[in-house]
Design a protein around this ligand. Sequence first.
Ligand code: 13P
Ligand code: 13P
Ligand code: MG
Ligand code: MG
Length: 381
Amino acid sequence: MKITVSVIKADIGSIGGHICPSNNLLRAVRTFIAERGRPLLVDHYVSYTGDDVAIVATHSYGVNNEQIHKLCWDAFMAGTAVAKSQGLYGAGQDLLKDSFSGNVRGMGPAVAEMEFDERPNEPFLFFAADKTDPGAYNFPLYLAFADPMNTPGLMLSPSMTAGFKFVIMDVGHTEGDRVIELNAPEDLYSIATLLRDPERYVVESIWSRSSGEQAAAVSTSRLHNIAGKYTGKDDPVMLVRVQKDFPATGEILAPFSIGPFVAGAMRGSHQMPLMPVPLNSGISYFDGPPVVSCAAFAMHNGNMTEAVDAFAHPFWQTVREDVSRKAMDMRRQGFFGAAMLPMSELEYTGIVDKLTELDQRFTVRRTDSQASRPSAKAQTG
Ligand code: 13P
Ligand code: 13P
Ligand code: MG
Ligand code: MG
């Protein structure tokens, strides 16, 4: 059976700044999807990570479907009305256009979708991250799909030895989707060359080279490219199918134990370690640290089991403690050097205005030696 899994997520308002959505907001989104989604969807699941609300929907309409996207857009509009009525911060933050036009791509919400022939057993993972951007998944995806040090399945499983195809997007190109396809393992160094720059090159999807089946889909939207100004970070969602032709769940989760430094946290302008957190967690320290949650599902004919919280296991408690220490270490450095993002990623215009003003006050000093040095002619003559 061909089935589509769509994840559409948006920040439509939160309590206490950018911590998490309110219960009433969530109830409004859930009720809307449950009632209006009945004729369209096979199943759905609504959760939050930080201040972002994600709708996971299964259906048979394929990716980029207008009806499915409109349903989610309208659910976020209903949630925004509640956010406004409760005085939540950033009500409707990610709904950047006034009215829906065909597809939520380019309108603010993040989208990750996959259409596939459902396997007799279909385990998959849904990731949501807050206070960071889509490049945050580059590092775990590289390790999980291209490095046998992380993923023994690349050596052990006959259906994985052919490797995986990475589709990588140049998110700096705003006129359209600029993508490149590279194959692991042959193109490993080329993949590494691009993925080392997660603000510019982002994994969009990953495909099995033995079966041709899609393994992963990542949301790649950059909000400031749509809005032309800072409107919040591009908190990314991701779907990953696991087992059989794909890495095992444990191979996908393992890289998250490293707590890599990613772009984000306070005002979307810093480098902070990514913390794996339980489902429906808010954020706290320094508007962070950046967080990622993972819901594991099995599915049959599009019907999902209950979500299992992949980062709730006691193992991740130690990881969270390590990440907390890394986060505090980095913060001791304040705004200096590696603690903050480079100028091109600072989306607040205040600093640009300040630099323009300061630039005019710079003078080029005429040194004494320049003033008194005799000309070359005078020296030789
Ligand atoms: P099982 O033998 O429990 O199915 O595990 C297989 C596997 O993929 C473990 O990583
Ligand atoms: P969000 O993108 O999660 O709304 O965060 C915005 C921000 O600037 C937090 O400091
Ligand atoms: Mg927010
Ligand atoms: Mg957010």
